[in-house]
Design a protein around this ligand. Structure first.
Ligand code: FAD
Length: 419
C-alpha cells in the first residue's frame, strides 16, 4: 500500500519507519526543510515511562487557578483570551479532572509509554542509532518531606504497573548523583526510576530518517499541506503548496497543527498547544554536571545531559499557536538549573528554544483510525512524545497492516472524544 505520512517530527518519522518495515511504500511530507525542526527539536530528552502522570487531576483546577496570578508559573493559562479552541479544550480538561478519569488516563498513557520503551530498545538492537543515548535512569528530586512522602504513593502505584522505583534520602540521592552535592537547593531526597532512559530526540529522528531513506521511504520537505480532499468518506489526496500528493492511505502526525487540517473534514481534534521552553549549554565541568537526568518536582524542570551539553526544559503556557520566545518564561528554567548545578556550565551562554507540545485534554495521545476509511492519526503526544514515539508508531503500523497491535488500542482513538 502507498501511504502518505504528514509531518516529519519524531512521531511522523517513527511512523514512516514502522510502516516501511511492514512493507509499505511511504512518502513523508513536511513544511520544514528537514526533519524534527519543530517540537521534536530541543525537548527535555527524557524517555520517562515513569512520568506518565496526566495533567488533568482532581487538584489541578485549584492549582491552575493559583498559577494564573504567578508570572513564572510552571503552567500558565490565559483564559481571558478570546480563543474558543482554548475554552473548548479547557472544558474537556476539567471533565478529565476526576479521580476515576485520572486513573484511566494514567493507565492508557502508561500502556503506550512502556510499550514504546521496549520498541525503542528493539530498534536499537536492529539499527546503529546514534543519539546521545543513556540508560542510566531518571532521578526525581524533592525539597520537602511532604512531597517526598507523597511521591512514595506514586512509586507504589508505578511498581504495581511493573515500573520499580528506588526511594532515596538526601545521602542516597547524592550517592546516585554526586553532582547534586554542589547544589544550592535544600534537597531532602528523591526517587530513582532505574529503567527510564534519555537521548536527543532530534538526533534520533535524523538517524531514523536516514535509515528509512536507505530503505524505501521518501521525504518531501518544504511542502505545506493545505487541505485534504475527499470523496465518499475516503481521502483522495493532499492539496499542498507544491501540488497534490496521492496515496492509498494517509497518516496525520502534525502535532498542534492537526486540528486545523482536519476541521474542514468535520473532525474536531481536541489538541491545543502547550508552549514549553528549553536551554542548552556546553558542559564546562564534567564532575559538576549530572550524569543522570533529573526531574525537579518542585520547579517542574527536567535537566538532561545530551552528549557534551546540558539541556534543561520546562514550563507550559496555554496561549495559542504563537511561537515567540519570551525570555521571561525561560529565565526560571535557567535559574533552577544554575541553582542545582552551579558550576556545570556558563549560564550566560545558552541556546534558548521553545516549542509547542501537542496537548490533549486527557494527556493521552490519539492513535488509530477516523470516520474516513483511509485516514489515520498518530498525534497529540503532549509532554511525552519522545517517550511514546516508537510504540505509537509500531502499534499504528500494525493496525494499518491488518495485524493485531501488541498493545490494546482501546481508548486511544479519536472516537473517545465523541461522547
Ligand atoms: C520544552 C519541551 C520539553 C519536552 N520534553 C520532553 C521529554 O523530555 N520527553 C518527552 O517524551 N517529550 C518531551 N516533550 C514533548 C515532545 O517533544 C513532543 O511530544 C514531540 O516532539 C511531538 O512530536 P511530533 O512529531 O508530534 O511533533 P513535531 O515534532 O512538531 O512534528 C510535527 C511536524 O509537522 C510539520 N507540519 C505541521 N503542519 C504542517 C503542514 N500543514 N504541512 C506540512 N507539515 C506540517 C511540522 O513542520 C513538524 O515537523 C517536550 C516538549 C517541549 C516543548
Amino acid at each position: 500500500m502507498k501511504i502518505a505520512v504528514l509531518g516529519a517530527g519524531v512521531i511522523g518519522v517513527t511512523t514512516a519507519q514502522a510502516l516501511d518495515a511492514a512493507g509499505h511504500e511511504v512518502v513523508v511530507v513536511d513544511r520544514q526543510t528537514a526533519a524534527a525542526e519543530e517540537t521534536s527539536f530541543a525537548n527535555g530528552g527524557q524517555i520517562s515511562a515513569a512520568h506518565t502522570v496526566p495533567w488533568a487531576a482532581p487538584h489541578m483546577p485549584f492549582q491552575a487557578f493559583k498559577w494564573m496570578f504567578q508570572a513564572d508559573a510552571p503552567l500558565l493559562i490565559k483564559p481571558l483570551r478570546w480563543d474558543p479552541a482554548l475554552w473548548r479544550w479547557g472544558l474537556r480538561f476539567l471533565a478529565n479532572c476526576s479521580t476515576e478519569r485520572e486513573a484511566q488516563n494514567f493507565e492508557k498513557a502508561l500502556r503506550v509509554a512502556k510499550y514504546s520503551r521496549a520498541v525503542l530498545q528493539s530498534l536499537r538492537q536492529r539499527h546503529a542509532l546514534q543519539y546521545d543515548q543513556s540508560s542510566g535512569g531518571i532521578l526525581y528530586i524533592y525539597r520537602d518531606q511532604t512531597a517526598l512522602l507523597k511521591s512514595q504513593e506514586m512509586a507504589a502505584k508505578l511498581a504495581d504497573f511493573g515500573l520499580p522505583q528506588t526511594i532515596l534520602d538526601r545521602d542516597g540521592l547524592i550517592a546516585e548523583e554526586p553532582a547534586l552535592a554542589g547544589s544550592q537547593e535544600p534537597l531532602v531526597g528523591g526517587l530513582l526510576s532505574p529503567d527510564d532512559e534519555t537521548g536527543d530526540a532530534h538526533s534520533f529522528t535524523l538517524a531514523l530518517q536516514k535509515i528509512s531513506e536507505e530503505s524505501r521511504v521518501t521525504f518531501q520537505f518544504g511542502t505545506t499541506a493545505k487541505a485534504l480532499t475527499t470523496r465518499n468518506r475516503e481521502i483522495t489526496g493532499i492539496a499542498t503548496d507544491k501540488g497534490t500528493i496521492q496515496a492509498d492511505a494517509y497518516v496525520v502526525c502534525l502535532a498542534s497543527e492537526t486540528p486545523r487540517l482536519l476541521k474542514p473534514l468535520g473532525l474536531n481534534v481536541p489538541i491545543y498547544p502547550a508552549k514549553g521552553y528549553s536551554m542548552t549549554t556546553a558542559i564546562q565541568s564534567d564532575e559538576a554536571a549530572p550524569s543522570r537526568s533529573i526531574t525537579d518536582e518542585g520547579k517542574f524542570v527536567v535537566v538532561t545531559r545530551i552528549g557534551n551539553s546540558l539541556r534543561a526544559a520546562g514550563t507550559a503556557e496555554l496561549a495559542g499557536w504563537d511561537r515567540t520566545l519570551d525570555p521571561k518564561r525561560l529565565a526560571p528554567i535557567v535559574r533552577a538549573t544554575q541553582s542545582l548545578f552551579p558550576d556545570a556550565g556558563d549560564y550566560s551562554q545558552i541556546q534558548p528554544w521553545c516549542g509547542l507540545r501537542p496537548a490533549t485534554p486527557d494527556s493521552v495521545p490519539i492513535i488509530g483510525g477516523t470516520p474516513y476509511g483511509n485516514l489515520f492519526l498518530n498525534t497529540g503526544h503532549g509532554t511525552l512524545g519522545w517517550t511514546m514515539a516508537c510504540g505509537s508508531a509500531q502499534a499504528l503500523a500494525d493496525l494499518m497492516s491488518g495485524r493485531t497491535p501488541e498493545i490494546d488500542l482501546d481508548g486511544l482513538g479519536l472516537s473517545r472524544f465523541s461522547s
